[in-house]
Design a protein around this ligand. Structure first.
Ligand SMILES: Cc1cc2nc3c(=O)[nH]c(=O)nc-3n(C[C@H](O)[C@H](O)[C@H](O)COP(=O)(O)OP(=O)(O)OC[C@H]3O[C@@H](n4cnc5c(N)ncnc54)[C@H](O)[C@@H]3O)c2cc1C
Ligand code: FES
Length: 456
């Protein structure tokens, strides 16, 4: 059985029986007796390989044994080793600490205390409880999920916005970029426009309690961090940075902030003051397309380029940091891949996508990410695809396949992406925070456990 092609032949033919090497030629016929003279304690039945390959793909003990035995052909041992490490990665993800229990259940009214214009298309909203009660604390990097009724839009719209300041204040702050109509015909953003055009101090808005697992613990000042924010993705990074400097004591912190030009450069003075007052904070602002006026470049920035791993390699004394990334898809993909190649362990790279931009979905390497081998059908879209990126949730698989499932938080807490399971089962990358009914899946954090049909 030590030959690779033997297992392949066996799997192809699917015939059960004895396969024997010929020690001495002779004839065997029906009715002949077969006697087992001895059995290698390390023997491994070829049917076991078929079982582990085709049926019991989650049998970790069986896979470990198959991967360790010399009698199993090397290429198959390699396959089992790879599959095992994928399972272990999935398992580790599932063991991520469950998000903390929400400070309140469902939606609760918050009053807009203040609205501050930060740039031409970005405004901050300060929110408090109507009865003057203190707001529950949150973790830097968490977000709020809002439910708004926009005139002319059927049903409530749900969107999430990161808290953009540290928790040490008496109001929640969210900083929202208006998605404007553009020349490509992109429609104006429904909820961001509503915030900008319709909401003023004194107005009431419904929000879920702070949620999300993309967070920094400001007490862990012994863990140096690299915070990378680009565009409006700076909002959770601001919350983390403010919490780190307010909490003290000194924690080595590198901040990389990428924008196109000075128009998009938010909270410039605030960031510069932090870097000036705290020598352990290293601020690097990158403009990708700075504007020149009268022969000089407008704005205060450090580099004319995108934030990329080459810049990090140039500036950081080593790669031994915890990395927090939030920004456009392209930046996150390239940084994530670059950091992995720079030998940063996967568990030290944390990221949050604001939209269909999940980091791993754009880094498909068919060799490194072989088929996870589970078929997923989207019944209403009449589409069947293979789930082939083991850490990528079903929402991303749908988006990659051109199927749109509504989402809010992309983190398992708002319940917007809930989808009915027609058949099959799912497991979760981490404990979902939103309540789930029988036969439903939260697609933003769910992965298929076996062949699956979703009502989408
Ligand atoms: C966890 C989380 C935190 C977030 N935090 C923030 C935040 O702090 N500040 C903030 O401004 N936004 C944040 N967002 C994005 C926000 O939730 C909305 O997706 C965004 O405001 C667009 O919603 P809309 O209703 O205005 O646009 P929609 O009506 O949903 O979309 C209108 C058009 O804009 C496009 N579009 C949608 N989202 C984006 C986008 N992000 N960039 C470019 N085009 C887009 C759509 O493809 C569509 O064509 C966050 C999202 C998540 C999941
Ligand atoms: S999008 Fe919020 S739970 Fe999935």
């Amino acid at each position: 059985m030590g030959r690779d092609e033997f297992v392949a032949e066996f799997l192809e033919r699917g015939l059960l029986g004895f396969y024997l090497a010929v020690a001495k030629e002779g004839e065997i016929g029906p009715g002949d007796e077969i006697v087992t003279l001895s059995r290698d304690p390390n023997s491994f039945e070829v049917t076991e390989i078929a079982r582990l390959y085709a049926r019991d793909r989650d049998d970790v003990e069986g896979l470990r044994r198959a991967a360790a035995l010399d009698v199993v052909p090397e290429s198959w041992r390699g396959y089992f080793r790879e599959h095992l490490s994928r399972l272990e990665r999935r398992h580790q993800r599932r063991l991520l600490p469950a998000p903390p229990a929400p400070a309140w259940e469902g939606f609760r009214p918050l009053v807009i205390r203040e609205k501050v214009r930060e740039s031409e298309d970005v405004a901050s909203f300060y929110l408090v409880l109507g009865d003057g009660e203190p707001l529950p604390p949150y973790r830097p990097g968490q977000f709020l999920t809002f439910r708004v009724s926009v005139p002319g839009h059927e049903g409530p719209a749900i969107r999430s916005y990161s808290l953009s300041d540290s928790p040490e204040h008496d109001a929640y702050r969210v900083t929202i970029k208006r998605i404007a109509q553009d020349i490509t015909g992109q429609k104006p953003g429904l909820v961001s426009s509503f915030f900008h055009d319709r909401l003023e101090p004194g107005d009431v808005i419904e929000a879920k309690a702070p949620a999300g697992v993309f967070t920094v613990d400001p007490r862990e000042n012994y863990r140096p961090v690299v915070l990378v924010g680009a565009g409006i993705g700076i909002t959770p990074i601001l919350s983390m940075l403010n919490a780190i400097v307010e909490r003290g004591p000194e924690r080595e912190t590198w901040v990389f902030y990428g924008v196109r030009n000075h128009h998009d450069h938010l909270m410039q003075e605030h960031l510069e003051q932090i870097a000036e007052r705290h020598p352990y904070v290293h601020l690097h602002v990158c403009y990708s397309r700075p504007i020149r006026k009268n022969g000089t470049t407008v704005g205060r920035f450090h580099h004319t380029r995108h934030v990329d791993v080459e810049l990090l390699k140039q500036l950081l004394p080593g790669s031994y940091y915890d990395y927090y990334l939030c920004g456009p898809a392209q930046m996150m993909h390239s940084l994530y891949d670059g950091l992995l190649k720079w030998s940063v362990p996967e568990h030290r790279i944390h990221f949050e996508a604001f939209g269909p931009a999940a980091v791993k979905s754009a880094a498909p390497d068919p060799v490194a990410q072989p088929d996870c081998g589970i078929e997923v059908s989207f019944a209403r879209s009449n589409t069947t695809v293979m789930w082939s990126r083991c850490d990528s949730p079903l929402l991303e698989l749908a988006e990659d396949s051109g199927i749109s499932i509504p989402f809010g938080c992309r983190a398992g807490s708002c319940g917007t992406c809930v989808t009915r399971i027609v058949s099959g089962e799912v497991s979760y990358l981490h404990e979902p925070g939103a309540p789930l009914g029988e036969g439903e899946a939260l697609t933003c954090v769910a992965v298929p456990a076996n062949p699956l049909v979703l009502d989408a």
